[in-house]
Write a protein that binds this ligand. Structure first.
Ligand SMILES: Cc1cc2nc3c(=O)[nH]c(=O)nc-3n(C[C@H](O)[C@H](O)[C@H](O)COP(=O)(O)O)c2cc1C
Length: 196
């Protein structure tokens, strides 16, 4: 067993957006992160997803659009809430939006195509951590909102499955409680009788 990979997988932790700072990945590191992100199980080899990078000034521009959409819907939205929308992609140096491009296929169900896109999110986290950065996988409201998703780059037949913020951790997040495997893992035994 490769101890370093096991140790990494046994200790990796997300670092949340407010604690992801500069420096961000340079173009070479970003390419590695994207390559790791794209290396996922994919039934049918359809690559039913694509990636959108938010970096530099575009982070604030994207936040402005979210504030505009949120403020347009609720004119009573507080200044604090509008500011929260403006900062959705800050302070992380970059964010990668993962878009599912799943469509009807004779053999591969749409849900499996979406599973592959979800795997991309997890692998982007691994890519970020493996290159010395940290990441935070979020969905927030704009993953599920058609207008916001369109503003962030999804076409009508596509849908974001998540956004992975990436940067240099500004804190040591420590660990969080992990599930108790003894409560979750069982050995299969045949049922006393077949259901139905
Ligand atoms: C599909 C999905 C969506 C998530 N969306 C959010 C979110 O919108 N906001 C948030 O703060 N955390 C969100 N999280 C949780 C963070 O990624 C969380 O920090 C992470 O699960 C911590 O786990 P880790 O320490 O094992 O990396 C989401 C997680 C998943 C899997």
């Amino acid at each position: 067993m490769d101890r370093s990979v096991a140790d990494y997988l046994l200790t990796r932790r997300s670092v949340t957006l407010p604690f992801l700072g500069e420096p961000g990945p340079d173009p070479r590191a970003l390419r590695t992160i994207l390559t790791i992100g794209a290396r996922v199980p994919d039934h049918g080899k359809l690559a039913p997803w694509r990636l959108i990078v938010f970096s530099g000034d575009m982070r604030a521009r994207a936040g402005e659009l979210l504030a505009k959409i949120a403020g347009g819907r609720d004119p009573n939205l507080s200044a604090e809430n509008l500011e929260q929308e403006r900062n959705r992609f800050l302070p992380a140096p970059l964010t990668i939006g993962v878009v599912s491009t799943a469509k009807e296929h004779p053999k591969i169900p749409i849900v499996e195509q979406r599973h592959s896109a979800v795997n991309v999110c997890l692998n982007l986290l691994h890519g970020a951590h493996a290159t010395g950065f940290a990441g935070h996988w979020v969905t927030r409201w704009f993953t599920y909102d058609a207008k916001a998703s369109a503003a962030l780059g999804a076409s009508p037949h596509e849908a974001f499955v998540g956004f992975v913020h990436i940067g240099t951790p500004q804190i040591d997040p420590g660990d969080r409680d992990r599930p108790d495997l003894d409560e979750l893992v069982t050995d299969w035994r045949p049922p006393a009788a077949l259901p139905g």
